[in-house]
Ligand binder design. Structure first.
Ligand SMILES: NC(=O)c1ccc[n+]([C@@H]2O[C@H](COP(=O)([O-])OP(=O)(O)OC[C@H]3O[C@@H](n4cnc5c(N)ncnc54)[C@H](OP(=O)(O)O)[C@@H]3O)[C@@H](O)[C@H]2O)c1
Length: 287
């Protein structure tokens, strides 16, 4: 049962590489962007013919949320058209697709748990193009698991946790947004959940929500990073209205994960426990 990971050099792709190795999963390949550019249909066809994958995991995306407001065309190309090209290749080769989407498909004005069936109403270009990608896949391919996730971080790539650790070493005080609430996701946990879905051999295709358990603000997330890593810094709560960004972000987006837990028997760690593990690994890797 062959698995191919697209967008393999990004954060989630790197986590998949690590978790697959930890689980001794060998029939998995991680083509480079040159070998698996999702905007090149001929290249994808060649890759599918060579690898004959049972599963493709698409981690490739345009993820620069603020820059996307100025680069709508390329963002849409990657997040919508790229997703559609992969879905077409999967349909032609009888491959199951695991695709990653985002909580940014939601407006973020509901202070309850967001279900997979709740109306999506993105507030920014990145969220809109990710929603268009979801729709394109659903139109082309029945055999897909689309996982919406939020606030991804890990030892790999650029992310909030690594930025906080860097700033904690450079500054004695820092302002962090206090009125945006959501759920962090350790990308290593998400990678494990993806491989669990593949191992389950389930045919319950469709959209699923996945983040770590629990709810926090960016301010409290930063506070946890500094507390656990024993970094001395004065944290100042900042309101969204005081910190203007190009892209509008959801004020409150907490997703209900009952569906993924029930369908695949997945156990999801609490966000602070996963954060502690990630920080421990980051500290150990630095030594
Ligand atoms: N990061 C988050 O907080 C977050 C939150 C919710 C959902 N997500 C979703 O989770 C998934 C994984 O995110 P991530 O954090 O791992 O993102 P990432 O680190 O930015 O990785 C995305 C990868 O896709 C590659 N890529 C871009 N265009 C490509 C193309 N045409 N062909 C092949 N590869 C291409 C990128 O390469 P370059 O670096 O060379 O462009 C990068 O290596 C994405 O679908 C993202 O939308 C992320």
């Amino acid at each position: 049962m062959k698995i191919v990971v697209l967008g393999a050099s990004g954060q989630l792709g790197s986590c998949l590489k690590r978790v697959a190795a930890e689980r001794s999963i060998n029939d998995i390949s991680f083509p480079s962007e040159q070998e698996g550019n999702i905007l090149d249909e001929a290249l994808l066809d060649k890759l599918f013919n060579a690898e004959k994958p049972s599963f493709v995991i698409n981690c490739a995306a345009y993820t620069a949320v603020d820059k996307a407001e100025d680069e709508q065309d390329i963002c849409r190309k990657v997040n919508r058209d790229g997703a559609a090209y992969i879905a077409k290749a999967c349909a032609a080769h009888g491959t199951t697709l695991i695709h990653i989407s985002t909580d940014f498909v939601f407006k973020g004005d509901v202070t309850g748990l967001l279900m997979e069936t709740d109306p999506a109403e993105p507030e920014n270009i990145y969220g809109l193009t990710k929603l268009e990608g979801e729709a394109a896949i659903a139109e082309i391919l029945a055999q897909h698991f689309t996982l919406r996730t939020s606030w991804l971080y890990s030892e790999y790539g650029n992310n909030f946790v690594k930025t906080m650790l860097r700033l904690g070493g450079e500054r004695d005080q820092l302002g962090v947004i206090v009125d945006q609430v959501g759920s962090p996701t350790y990308a290593i946990d998400l990678a494990g959940a993806i491989l669990d879905i593949i191992a389950s051999d389930s045919k319950e295709y469709g959209i699923y929500h996945y983040s770590n358990e629990g709810v926090t603000s960016w301010y409290d997330f930063a506070k946890a990073v500094f507390d656990i890593s024993e970094t001395e810094i004065k944290l100042n709560p900042v309101k969204t209205s005081e910190y203007v960004t190009k892209a509008v972000r959801p004020a409150y987006s907490v997703m209900d994960k009952t569906k993924i837990k029930t369908a695949f028997g997945i156990q999801i760690p609490y966000w602070r426990d996963s954060l502690a593990l990630c920080l421990e690994r980051l500290a150990a890797e630095k030594v």
